[in-house]
Write a protein that binds this ligand. Structure first.
Ligand SMILES: C[S@@+](CC[C@H](N)C(=O)[O-])C[C@H]1O[C@@H](n2cnc3c(N)ncnc32)[C@H](O)[C@@H]1O
Length: 244
C-alpha cells in the first residue's frame, strides 16, 4: 500500500521512498554512529525548543486522565524525554521506557530515567512486543511510526492494542502532494549536509496519510477503532482501541 493510502494520487505515489534514515541503519563505523546520535540529539533539542515534548506529554496524559495510577509504555523513546515529562507531571504514573535501538536504551538507562523509582528502561520492538495482554493502560509511539514499512506498521496496531487499553500514535503529517513537493524542495538542499534534515526528508516521504493509517489498522484487525486528529501541517494524532 502506498504511504498516501489506497487511493493516493499518482504524484503522491511518487513522493515516497524505502531508503532508510540514518536512524534506521546499523552503524558500520564511528561516523555513522555519530550521525545517528546527532539525529537523536536534534530530535530532543527541537522537542524542547518547539514545545513538542510538552505538547505530546499533555496529549498522553489526557488519555489516562480517568486512570488512577496509569501504567504507560513508551515505544521508540529515542532520548526518553516524553517519559521524563510524564513522570514529572503525574505523581503516580509508572513508565516503561523502550526502544528497539540498544544504544538508545543504554543511553536512557544510564541517565536519570535509569534511576527513577517509577521507570523501567528496556529494549522492545514495537512490532513484536514482549509484553502481556492488557499489561498497560496506554502505549505511546511518537514520531516513529513512519519508520516502519506497511506490514510492520500494521503489526504496531495489532500489538499496541493487545498490550495496552489504548494505543496513541503521534506522527508527522503527510501534506497534500503539491504542498508536500514544496516542503521537500525547501529541505532537499540541506539534506546532504545535515543528518537531521537528511532524515527529515526521508521521514516526510515515508509519513502515512490518514487513509493509510486507517487501512493499516483495518489490516491489523477490522475490530480496531481509530480516531484521527490534526495532520495537515501539525502532527497527526491517532488513537486506537480494540474491544477485548
Ligand atoms: C524519530 S525517532 C523518535 C524518537 C522520540 N520518540 C521522539 O519523539 O523524538 C524514532 C525512534 O523509533 C525507534 N524505532 C524504530 N523502529 C522501531 C521499532 N520497530 N520498535 C521500537 N522503536 C523503533 C528508533 O530507534 C528511534 O529511536
Amino acid at each position: 500500500m502506498p504511504r498516501g493510502g489506497p487511493d493516493a494520487s499518482c504524484l503522491d505515489r511518487l513522493l515516497q521512498t524505502d531508503r532508510p534514515e540514518y536512524l534506521d541503519r546499523d552503524p558500520v563505523d564511528v561516523a555513522d554512529e555519530a550521525r545517528k546520535r546527532s539525529v537523536i540529539r536534534a530530535l530532543d533539542w527541537t522537542g524542547e525548543v518547539f514545545g513538542n515534548h510538552d505538547r505530546f506529554a499533555q496529549i498522553a496524559l489526557d488519555e489516562v486522565a480517568d486512570v488512577a495510577d496509569p501504567r504507560v509504555l513508551e515505544l521508540g523513546a529515542g532520548h526518553g524525554k516524553l517519559s521524563r515529562r510524564l513522570l514529572d507531571w503525574h505523581p503516580t504514573a509508572r513508565l516503561t521506557v523502550t526502544d528497539v535501538d540498544q544504544e538508545s536504551v543504554r543511553t536512557i538507562a544510564a541517565g536519570e530515567l535509569g534511576q527513577h523509582p517509577r521507570a523501567t528502561v528496556r529494549t522492545l520492538d514495537a512490532t513484536a512486543m514482549d509484553a502481556g495482554d492488557g499489561e498497560f493502560d496506554l502505549a505511546v509511539f511518537v514520531l516513529s511510526f513512519h519508520h516502519l514499512a506497511p506490514e510492520a506498521a500494521a503489526r504496531v496496531f495489532a500489538e499496541g492494542t493487545r498490550v495496552a487499553t489504548r494505543l496513541l500514535i503521534v506522527d508527522l503529517p503527510r501534506p497534500p502532494a503539491p504542498l508536500h513537493l514544496l516542503r521537500l524542495a525547501t529541505m532537499l538542499p540541506f539534506a546532504p549536509l545535515v543528518p537531521f534534515v537528511h532524515d527529515g526528508v526521508i521521514s516526510s516521504l515515508r509519513a502515512y496519510s490518514p487513509s493509510a493509517l486507517r487501512a493499516l489498522a483495518a489490516h491489523a484487525d477490522p475490530a480496531i477503532e481509530v480516531t484521527l486528529r490534526g495532520g495537515l501541517l501539525s502532527p497527526q494524532v491517532v488513537l486506537a482501541t480494540r474491544p477485548h
